[in-house]
Design a protein around this ligand. Structure first.
Ligand SMILES: NC(=O)c1ccc[n+]([C@@H]2O[C@H](COP(=O)([O-])OP(=O)(O)OC[C@H]3O[C@@H](n4cnc5c(N)ncnc54)[C@H](OP(=O)(O)O)[C@@H]3O)[C@@H](O)[C@H]2O)c1
Length: 289
């Protein structure tokens, strides 16, 4: 093998973005005499959710965004959760609302996400925000897809005219990424192929990608033979295995073929939280205008 890919350092790029955000938060507070505030709602005691919410709150503190934790018991009724969201929607001190998923089985997640005010929907999961994204007029960009676009931008990887292949069509990653990459915008203008579990001869598609994005949830699913030499490979996957956290891309072998590649951990993951902070600041700017 002759080529070895350049690793895209998401941890470093997210750090730079956070320090830029910290300065913007100071400026916002000076201009508005208001501190941007994110309210996180955590229902039950799922250990992974506890860690995610703790990391998000810590990241808020680092950039000067206030964070609130609304902790509700695992047996909370749907009604009580909706009441709490209604209260946060009305609370002028709160600019962003985040309901940590998954929710316990007695709660209908769709109804909960629908109840969040679109102006405070910093995860961008509300149908109104999804619709705006589809129409090319987004209020917020969903955090993980936005993180991917930002990694490409900071690495100087042009998307216009490129063939991007997205593997995975989830509502939170694959589908919005395909929309954003194909949008008529500076971070889009790619020709996009969206693949999924029913795609026939997946490798024949992935091998055509100038930019290959894996959002599948299967450890090391993308192998070297599925990648075009010199391609940019973005690994969204986070899979817990006995060997630790592993992406959807077989990093060591794909790095011998690709031009650029993101590691797991330290690639897309840190960008997702940074984008949540950005959305909270954007929400505060719009609400305090
Ligand atoms: N880094 C981050 O911040 C971040 C954020 C979100 C998610 N993630 C990670 O990203 C991964 C994907 O997450 P997600 O929420 O998008 O997952 P998901 O909702 O489970 O969707 C997985 C997608 O992969 C497709 N797929 C499954 N097996 C396939 C196969 N053999 N060939 C081709 N496509 C296949 C599925 O196709 P069908 O639609 O046909 O079932 C589906 O569209 C997970 O590892 C998750 O932990 C990371």
């Amino acid at each position: 093998m002759t080529t070895t890919a350049q690793t895209i350092d998401g941890k470093q790029i997210a750090k730079e973005l956070r320090s830029e955000l910290a300065e913007e938060v100071i400026e916002f507070i000076q201009n508005n005499s208001v501190v941007p505030c994110l309210a996180a709602v955590l229902v039950g005691e799922d250990p992974a959710s506890e860690v995610y919410v703790r990391n998000k709150r810590r990241a808020c503190e680092h950039v000067g965004i206030e964070s609130q934790l609304h902790r509700l018991a695992a047996d909370t009724s749907q009604d009580d959760l909706l009441k709490r969201i209604a209260k946060l929607n009305k609370d002028e001190k709160v600019h962003g609302i985040l309901v940590q998923l998954p929710l316990p089985p007695q709660i209908d997640s769709d109804q909960v996400l629908l109840a969040i005010s679109p102006a405070k929907d910093v995860d961008a999961f509300h149908p109104m925000n999804v619709g705006r994204l589809l129409q090319g007029n987004p209020r917020f960009l969903p955090c993980t897809p936005h993180g991917v676009l930002h990694l490409l931008k900071r690495t100087g990887i042009e998307t216009a005219g490129k063939h991007a292949v997205v593997v995975g069509r989830s509502d939170i990653v694959g589908k919005p990424l395909a929309i954003l990459l194909s949008a008529k915008s500076p971070s889009g203008n790619a020709t996009v192929t969206l693949c999924h579990s029913r795609t026939a001869d997946l490798a024949s598609h992935t091998r055509q990608a100038d930019i290959l994005i894996a959002a599948i949830g299967i450890p090391e699913f993308i192998t070297a033979g599925m990648v075009k030499p010199g391609a940019t490979v973005i690994d969204v996957g986070v899979n817990r295995t006995d060997a630790g956290l592993v992406g959807d891309v077989a990093f060591d072998e794909v790095a011998q073929v690709a031009g650029h590649i993101t590691p797991v951990p330290g690639g897309v993951g840190p960008m997702t939280i940074a984008m949540l902070l950005l959305n909270t600041l954007e929400a505060a700017r719009a609400l305090e205008r």
